[in-house]
Design a binder for this molecule. Structure first.
Ligand SMILES: [Zn+2]
Ligand SMILES: [Zn+2]
Length: 440
């Protein structure tokens, strides 16, 4: 299956762009090696030092003018953003973006090139590090695209700006790069494209949607306070663990009772910490939430609900005002709705159909996942952005799962397993075709 799909890719390129085909075939083995290396050495958001160095070196070797260590976070620390620029005569400027960070997950794929990297979370818990969102695929595709576009310089005009973005998973990487004067230093792009792998499409295919494509994401911290004491004498304190349990149960009604059922919304508590020992009632419990929505009104409904229910928890426990539950919205770790420019989406769809064949270009529905790629398009959407999906699953395994009415393990899970060679080959082919068509 893999060989047939690669042969099909190669056949198209021999017909459409011989130079690119030869270069891609020669690169393919090397790109899979690059991918496996990055996969085995994943780095969490804000820590992409090694990965960014690989990207910078590869772009330099391909002939780009490269600047690294781009980006500054609100606390003043520097980010590991990379920009590679190739000027190729008069014409538009296109920004191609790939994210580079991994996730705090212990990989359980059992693959020979699985990650065994361990680290600690912010709260000191042991965790693995895994490219469970396949940003290693995106990074590898960026390197492959860089090489193909450099080799294929006679077929396009303008300026190609390749961006290796840090900290997508914490939603502050794109902002950090803009805060470091990305456009003032390297020029303002006319258009922006990017891709993201997906577990519901087979390797060899891509997915496109015009308009709102991915939900906004708002990160929220909640501190539930109580009055600690001996576990055997709960009546002498106020147990924040019980209060947190009540709060978590109650906030489920924001989506089901507060929001219009027509508006998709999500409230998830992904992290909860409180206590040190079974027989000690702690003083506080900390919760980390993510919320998703497609409109400002829905987002506000969720935030209002969280604040009201947090206040209600404090009242119900008769806690003094200084022990009130605290709701903190982390604007720096929040992302707007990702909107694909409608006209540009149609142009990209046409190019992808010409490159991959109509049956390999799938119409996508919108997703509750979030992205900060849209931040590069600026708050007023003045720079059109298109972000398309890259099929990453073994076609045979995907077909078997679908026949059984199941899904293959998805992004952000320990068993997520992209099929490297055909996924990367299709990604490079798709991105190169789109970049070439937009640089005319
Ligand atoms: Zn992710
Ligand atoms: Zn991702």
């Amino acid at each position: 299956m893999r060989h047939r799909s690669l042969a099909r890719s190669a056949a198209f390129f021999l017909a459409a762009a011989p130079f690119v085909a030869a270069s891609l075939c020669a690169q393919q083995t090397d790109l899979v090696a690059v991918y496996k290396d990055i996969h085995q050495h994943p780095e969490l958001s804000h820590h992409e030092e090694r990965t960014s160095a690989i990207v910078a070196a590869a772009l330099r070797q391909a002939g780009y003018t490269v600047t690294d260590h781009i980006g500054v976070y609100p606390d003043g620390t520097h980010a590991f953003g990379v920009v590679g620029v190739m000027k190729n005569g008069a014409g538009p400027t296109l920004l191609v973006r790939a994210d580079m960070d991994a996730l705090p997950i212990i990989e359980e794929t059992g693959l020979p090139y699985a990650s065994h990297v361990m680290t600690k979370t912010k709260s000191g818990q042991d965790t693995g590090v895994m490219h469970a969102c396949a940003h290693d695929v995106h990074t590898t595709v960026l390197i492959g695209t860089a090489r193909a576009m450099a080799a294929n310089r006679a077929t396009w005009h303008g300026t190609l700006m390749l961006v290796g973005q840090p900290s997508e998973e914490t939603i502050d990487g794109a902002k950090a790069m803009l805060a470091d004067h990305l456009y003032e230093r390297f020029g303002r792009p006319d258009r922006i494209i990017g891709l993201h792998d997906i577990n519901t499409l087979a390797a060899g295919t891509v997915g496109v949607i015009a308009g709102p494509a991915m939900a906004s994401s708002t990160s929220v911290d909640v501190l539930i306070q109580g009055i600690g004491g001996h576990g055997a004498q709960p009546q002498l304190g106020r147990d924040p663990v019980t209060l947190a349990a009540l709060f978590i149960t109650q906030i489920q009604t924001i989506v089901s009772r507060e929001e219009d059922p027509q508006n998709p919304t999500v409230v998830t508590v992904g992290d909860i910490h409180g206590g040190t020992k079974r027989n000690i009632i702690p003083d506080e419990v900390k919760l980390e939430l993510t919320t998703r929505s497609f409109t400002d009104k829905s987002r506000q409904t969720v935030l209002d609900g969280l604040r009201a229910m947090a206040a209600g928890i404090t009242t119900s426990a008769a806690l003094p005002p200084e022990k009130a539950a605290k709701v903190t919205v982390l604007e720096d770790e929040s992302a707007p709705v990702q909107v694909n420019d409608p006209a540009l989406s149609e142009q990209v769809r046409g190019t992808l159909i010409a490159a991959l064949g109509a049956s390999n270009v799938i119409d996508m529905g919108r997703l509750m996942g979030s992205e900060d790629v849209g931040v590069f398009g600026l708050a007023d959407h003045s720079i059109p952005v298109v972000y398309f999906r890259l099929g990453a699953m073994d076609p045979a395994k995907l077909a078997a799962a679908q026949a059984a009415g199941q899904q293959l393990p998805g992004m952000h899970t320990s068993h997520f397993e992209p099929l490297p060679a055909p996924t990367i080959a299709t990604g490079v082919k798709a991105m190169t075709a789109v970049a070439t068509s937009l640089l005319q």
